[in-house]
Design a protein around this ligand. Structure first.
Ligand code: MG
Length: 110
């Protein structure tokens, strides 16, 4: 099954407008997306069901913001995933001994 994110962006906005949601407070939209991600982590951390649904809530806010900002999230995702594939990293240790990955900057990807 493939998903048309542009279509979903439009569906999200249509539903929010039908329900009367006010999306004019951009800072609040960012906060609500973050809130949904925190809900996902909380459920995951407690071993509760519903993590995937919270991820869907995060995406609904992101899809809505993308539509309102005129972004094409599907295009951005494809571009960014390809960019990430080409990135190189070096591994170092953090002060507490954990592996950390430092991106190696290149002229093509400063
Ligand atoms: Mg939620």
């Amino acid at each position: 099954m493939s998903v048309n994110l542009k279509k979903l962006q439009k569906e999200v906005i249509r539903n929010k407008l039908e329900k009367g949601f006010d999306m004019t407070d951009v800072a609040l939209e960012f906060c609500r997306a973050h809130e949904e991600l925190s809900e996902a982590f909380s459920k995951y951390n407690k071993g509760q069901d519903g993590v995937a649904e919270e991820f869907a809530d995060v995406m609904i806010f992101i899809l809505g913001m993308c539509e309102n900002f005129g972004f094409d999230l599907e295009k951005e995702l494809i571009t960014k995933i390809e960019k990430n594939k080409k990135r190189k990293y070096r591994k170092e240790k953090s002060p507490n001994g954990k592996d950390i990955f430092i991106r190696i900057k290149t002229p093509e990807d400063p």
